[in-house]
Design a protein around this ligand. Sequence first.
Ligand code: ADP
Ligand code: MG
Length: 211
Amino acid sequence: MTDHVTTAAFDAWVRRFAELIAQERDHLTELDSAIGDADHGANMDRGMKAAVVALDDTSPSGAGPLLSKVGMTLVSTIGGASGPLYGTLFLRLGSTLGDVAEVTSEQVAAAFRAGLDGVVARGKAVADDKTMYDALAPAVDALEAGLKDGLDLASALGRAREAADAGRDATVPMLARKGRASYLGERSVGHQDPGATSVALLVSAAADTLA
Ligand code: ADP
Ligand code: MG
């Protein structure tokens, strides 16, 4: 049987991500204090709390409009580098899924691919720049590969979670080439990227809720 993901599952994903961000807020801030300006935890927590308030207000009945609403909220509340990047990610997820009540696993994977492409279009990051790309790209690759191998969505998202975690860990030895951390040059080496860390939470939340 083909998996179908309901709008309620996407709503649960956003709320779960907000919960994980609130739990990890201080850790994200600590990571950003080492190679940035110590605001990634506060930025993401402010944005995701606002996203939850927006959904509490009215949660759209279609998956696309729901995720687009989250994207618009993040753009207007986060600021910094991660506002436009996360905003674009959610806006692309939303525009790719469209105003439908249920989507297939393949549509979920296509939406994640489009979201990643949006992040790249905006931030111009490539592999090993030490950014959120380094957790998100392997997760999207793993999700697509898992579905292609015939896994169900739950298992494919499980693999995506492992890939995101590994991608996050792999940022530690990297030299930052994008964003504030790049100003540090060699001194950015040896620190985990905050954005890759929050993306791993996003993928983990997806594995918890979408299937
Ligand atoms: P700011 O850098 O403006 O303070 P945040 O601290 O909220 O914003 O976010 C920092 C994170 O944004 C970094 O850890 C990195 O993962 C991500 N980032 C920065 N620039 C880029 C970029 N050009 N492309 C992708 N991700 C980026
Ligand atoms: Mg910062």
